[in-house]
Design a binder for this molecule. Structure first.
Ligand SMILES: NC(=O)c1ccc[n+]([C@@H]2O[C@H](COP(=O)([O-])OP(=O)(O)OC[C@H]3O[C@@H](n4cnc5c(N)ncnc54)[C@H](O)[C@@H]3O)[C@@H](O)[C@H]2O)c1
Ligand SMILES: [Zn+2]
Length: 345
């Protein structure tokens, strides 16, 4: 299967095929230039090695696994290693891993010598379903996620389904939350795949349909001037939950990104029966249905979030399956959305 992101001179193919990692050389020039392969310590080594084997002049650089690698420190270390490898503007960076490696690698490629070619090889459900396409690259500044980055589109994206075989179950399910998101905002048939079938058996169709939703949105609004905001469905509250209870630094027992987004979507679905259907899917998959966090802490984060400072906040709501609406609401309405009653403080 193949999708093409149509962005004029920045267009690229998204290849979806079991085993395609071994065929990277067919889709990108890896023979006549230096290839810097970025991966992390949790990604089975064999995937980066499969890419390396196709590159006469390649090297693998491994960062520690986890969100903490999306830091200025690790970013600096990667750039330093690229410089020591004597990379020029004509060379290539290939990311092999999940969203962490993709976001970090994409930003290194975007900024090294003002931008070099970038190829993304996502190996988690989250990155195959969502983060590997669209061109958003970023690192974090302390506790503030994705605050330093660039729009930098890859030259090609290789979605090798086989890599998911080694992904721990909780990470597998975590990424599916972004597919449920795509179904809720734009694709009832994708949503239905979760209601009547086993997602493991349909993972290829789920990934394909999710990427197609995102591709259509990004093609119409690459730099998030309007429509692309729909992809933030579930993320406004989700980021608040992530800040309070996400896996971060030494807090390793918290919730993953997709799990927070799953929780963040529920209050934004207006049709009560659709909320029930969504909850039922979460239960079947093993996604959380309740935050178990102090809602006032989430509220406080959202009120002080540097990215949404102001007296109003724009949230994405889903009035019914397959459609969405952007609502600009006063910050004073947030407590009610979070289900905080007025007499609570
Ligand atoms: N750029 C975007 O548009 C965008 C969109 C959504 C999320 N994100 C970002 O993505 C990140 C989360 O991505 P993620 O969920 O992929 O997390 P991740 O990259 O941390 O991967 C999860 C874990 O799985 C391991 N792993 C990766 N592939 C594996 C495999 N095939 N087998 C076994 N283990 C494997 C990793 O080492 C890591 O420990 C966050 O930083 C988030 O901000 C970016
Ligand atoms: Zn997300």
């Amino acid at each position: 299967m193949k999708l093409t992101m149509q962005l004029g001179s920045r267009s690229y193919d998204i290849i979806l095929k079991s085993g395609c990692l071994a065929n990277l050389y067919q889709f990108a020039n890896v023979a006549n230039r230096k290839v810097f392969i970025l991966t992390d310590s949790g990604v089975p080594e064999q995937y980066a090695q499969t890419v390396l084997a196709q590159c006469p002049n390649g090297m693998v650089y491994t960062v520690p696994q986890g969100e903490a690698s999306k830091s200025l420190k690790v970013y600096g270390q990667v750039l330093q290693a690229m410089l020591e490898f004597n990379m020029t503007r004509k060379d290539l960076l290939v990311a092999v891993g999940g969203g962490v490696v993709g976001d970090l690698g994409g930003f290194c490629a975007a900024s090294y010598m003002r931008g070099i070619d970038f190829v993304n090889c996502p190996t988690t459900t989250l990155s195959q379903i969502d983060s590997s396409i669209g061109g958003k690259t970023a690192i974090d500044l302390g506790e503030t996620k994705n605050i330093v980055g660039a729009f930098w589109q890859p030259k090609v994206v290789l979605v090798d389904f086989d890599t998911l075989a080694t992904l721990p179950r909780r990470h597998f399910v975590n990424g599916l939350a972004e597919a449920i998101k795509a179904g809720l905002i734009a694709d009832p048939e994708l949503f239905a795949l979760f209601e009547c079938e086993h997602p493991e058996e349909n993972i290829e169709r789920i990934i394909y349909r999710s990427l197609r939703v995102k591709k259509n949105v990004v093609e119409n609004d690459e730099h998030e001037q309007g429509q692309r905001a729909c992809l933030n469905f579930g993320h406004t509250i989700g980021h608040g939950i992530e800040a309070v209870k996400g896996v971060r630094g030494r807090r390793t027992n918290g919730l993953f990104h997709g799990e927070c987004v799953a929780l963040g979507m529920l209050p934004m679905i207006e049709d009560k029966s659709l909320v029930r259907r969504t909850r039922a899917i979460y239960r079947t998959l093993g996604l959380p249905t309740r935050t178990g966090v102090d809602k006032n802490k989430v509220l406080s984060y959202m009120q002080h979030d540097k990215k949404s400072a102001g007296s109003t906040i724009t949230v994405i709501k889903v009035p019914g399956l397959g459609c969405w609406r952007a609502d600009k609401i006063p910050m004073t309405e947030l407590p009610a959305l979070l289900g905080i009653k007025e007499n609570e403080d």
